[in-house]
Design a protein around this ligand. Structure first.
Ligand SMILES: *[C@@H]1O[C@H](CO)[C@@H](O)[C@H](O)[C@H]1NC(C)=O
Ligand SMILES: *[C@@H]1O[C@H](CO)[C@@H](O)[C@H](O)[C@H]1NC(C)=O
Ligand SMILES: *[C@@H]1O[C@H](CO)[C@@H](O)[C@H](O)[C@H]1NC(C)=O
Length: 630
């Protein structure tokens, strides 16, 4: 419900999307320090999701085409949010000036330029984090205008994730990349208009500290406003789940003490709400702005080889996932999202990793609400030129060099870290930041590349531990960066890419390597990937690769090993579900089939075996109250 005193901004009849390829100039100017839009007594929110007109540019040089200066005809249309790739069967494809009207994109993959009428108003680089554009001075309330978004799906050595464009003799351009999932692009998440008053809250950071053995807590908060803080008076109120006020303050920065607290626990979420209001500086308490964040009070700590939440060791069960579904690609889909969480609850998963990019904010909110633990990952996947579809090639190519992944790439990577931590810092579910997946951490250049990034992340968030997912061939002897991190996430494919079809040797190899990591670092180990491609419905008496029996037995072999290694504090099977991959790979038949569920979320035999281990047998200490999850 919108307050009737606020007239509605009417966004246009013509919403157009221009798609694909080649933005020559640099896209920036979009403000990424954006809070997720809310509708309340002081803010208005209008969704721009729906059917948009769509076109491919006639030239790779967007300036030549200037498609945003014309009305794009409705001959091709796309749904927003959705990746555009699988939609077509065509391969080539308020009141007054006192309020601020802001256009917000939850995600445009990988790069966006936004045009209003004939004007280039802003852009954003990075496909999985939000940005906004203040359009107050560009369009008048009630005015009809044309909104055009140019989307660039090109990956180079200076993008995150990286890739390269090959041009063959005929001049045909082909996008290559090192990561093993399809390069979906488009307006993958919601688009909205929201409005705020002249003075508004533009950021909130909340940190919590558990005290007195979990009986009490300190909640630190720090809010900033767009204007001189003296132009308003803050009122900060903390509510419990029943809506009772439990603490309050009248400063933008401060702390709230709770002598009795409901902790946020894995499987048993409890969320307070912190409301920050801005009232007029003088006279009556006129409400200028209001914004609320959910607060889960919990602590996270790495001590020796243990991973502790609220002082108790936890054992993570779950998956590496993907945002991927038929037709929609990486488009946000609430039906798939909730179904996936329900399947995770069914199978006994208490956690997942946002492999290999930040997921929609709705996913993070849901995880907070239902006590699911999240390892939150930036889109830095494929920093590994020698690796293709999970196997290494014969000729080693240097990943970190001036001509490939270089300092400029590192700056783009740093920005993905800034944007992820800014967006997700207040989510109780996030207990670990993952700064990259399967980089060539065995290469000499890896250390110089990653050291400043880890430093940056620690500066941005001193409250959470850091990790990265280590690739199979960066063994304890070969890897050069593990000591920079707090938790060792290991992606290992014993029994699949090595010891294929030979689980007895795989068991020996896996145990030997895990012991080496344990002895060398004494830090907690999370098995962030292990698994086998499996064609649903293939059954064999003797377990052979691709059969459902083999997947089940490979997981069981891995679990026997994990249970013998004290430092293993979590197991995330690769993958939750089948997902689409690049068409260049002959290792993949219509996508990666390591899912324990098929791409349309049907369980394979391994799903039932996992359910037995995770729910009925109840693995190890500290798995959390998974029965209460979701
Ligand atoms: C909360 O603020 C106090 C005082 O500034 C500080 O000592 C403490 O470390 C902060 N705690 C967290 C979790 O940020
Ligand atoms: C890359 O950055 C490092 C320090 O962060 C610096 O030592 C090195 O000279 C830079 N390389 C180039 C080619 O600029
Ligand atoms: C787990 O949560 C359920 C539902 O809230 C509760 O009934 C059960 O007692 C809890 N179990 C444990 C071991 O805490």
């Amino acid at each position: 419900m919108f307050p009737s005193c606020i007239p509605r901004l009417r966004p246009s009849a013509v919403l157009v999307l221009l798609a694909l390829t080649g933005l020559s100039s640099c896209a920036d100017g979009g403000n990424w320090k954006t809070l997720k839009p809310q509708a309340n007594a002081a803010r208005e929110l209008v969704s721009l999701d729906g059917i948009w007109n769509f076109a491919l540019p006639t030239s790779i040089d967007l300036e030549e085409d200037k498609a945003w200066t014309k009305n794009i005809p409705p001959s091709l249309q796309i749904p927003v949010p959705a990746s555009y790739n699988d939609i077509f069967a065509d391969q080539n494809i308020r009141d007054t000036s006192k309020r601020r009207n802001i256009l917000r994109f939850d995600a445009v993959t990988h790069e966006a330029r936004v045009f209003i009428n004939d004007r280039d108003v802003a852009g954003h680089i990075g496909g999985y984090t939000p940005f906004e554009v203040d359009v107050t001075d560009i369009v008048a309330p009630g005015e009809q205008f044309r909104l055009t978004v140019a989307v660039n799906n090109i990956l180079t050595s200076q993008t995150i994730p990286p890739g390269n464009v090959e041009v063959d003799e005929t001049g045909k351009r082909r996008q290559l990349y090192n990561h093993d999932f399809f390069n979906y692009a488009g307006i993958a998440r919601s688009v909205s208009f929201y409005s705020v008053g002249e003075v508004y809250v533009d950021d909130i950071t909340v940190t919590t500290e558990v005290k007195d053995q979990g009986k009490g807590a300190t909640i630190n908060f720090s809010a900033t406003t767009n204007k001189d803080p003296k132009s308003s008076r803050p009122r900060v109120t903390l509510f419990d789940e029943e809506g009772n006020e439990v603490a309050s303050a009248s400063t933008l920065q401060g702390s709230l003490e709770l002598s009795s607290v409901h902790l946020w626990q894995p499987g048993v979420a409890y969320l307070y709400r912190l409301r920050v209001e801005l009232l007029s500086a003088k006279g009556k308490d006129t409400l200028l702005d209001s914004y609320e964040v959910s607060v889960g009070v919990r602590s996270v700590e790495v001590r020796g080889n243990e991973f502790l939440i609220n002082g108790s060791p936890v054992y993570l069960t779950g998956f590496g996932k993907h945002e991927d579904s038929p037709v929609r690609g990486k488009g946000y889909d609430p039906a798939y999202m909730i179904h996936d969480f329900q399947l995770m609850k069914w199978i006994g998963a208490n956690s997942f990793r946002t492999s290999h990019y930040p997921y929609a904010e709705e996913v993070m909110d849901y995880a907070d609400r239902h006590g699911i633990v999240v390892i939150d990952e930036v889109p830095a996947v494929g920093l590994n030129i020698g690796l293709s579809a999970g196997t290494s090639t014969d000729e080693p190519t240097l990943t970190f060099s001036e001509k490939t992944i270089n300092n400029q790439t590192r700056e783009v990577h740093a920005q993905t870290i800034r944007e992820l931590i800014h967006r997700d810092k207040n989510h109780a579910s996030v207990v670990l930041w993952s700064l990259t997946n399967e980089p060539a951490s065995n290469e000499e250049g890896a250390r110089a590349y990653f050291e400043p990034l880890v430093e940056l992340a620690r500066e941005l968030d001193p409250t959470r531990p850091m990790t990265f997912a280590n690739v199979m061939y960066a063994t304890p002897e070969a890897d050069r960066i593990m000591d920079l991190f707090d938790v060792m996430c290991l992606n290992r494919y014993y029994g699949w890419y090595v010891n294929t079809g030979d689980l007895a040797s795989a068991e020996i190899g896996l145990e030997q390597e895990l012991n080496e990591w344990q002895d060398k670092y004494g830090k907690p180990i999370i098995m962030s990937e292990y698994g086998a491609d499996t064609l649903a419905g293939t059954h064999t008496v003797i377990a052979v690769p691709w059969s459902e029996e083999y997947q089940t037995q490979l997981l069981q072999m891995s679990h026997r090993v994990f249970d013998r290694i004290e430092s293993v504090v979590g197991e995330h099977v690769w993958n939750f579900a089948g997902f689409q991959t690049a068409s260049k790979s002959i290792y993949r038949v219509d996508g990666n089939k390591k899912g324990v569920f098929t791409r349309d979320r049907k369980p394979k035999a391994a799903a039932h075996a996992l359910r037995t281990r995770w729910l009925e047998e109840g693995v190890r200490k500290g798995q959390g109250n998974v029965t209460a999850a979701a």
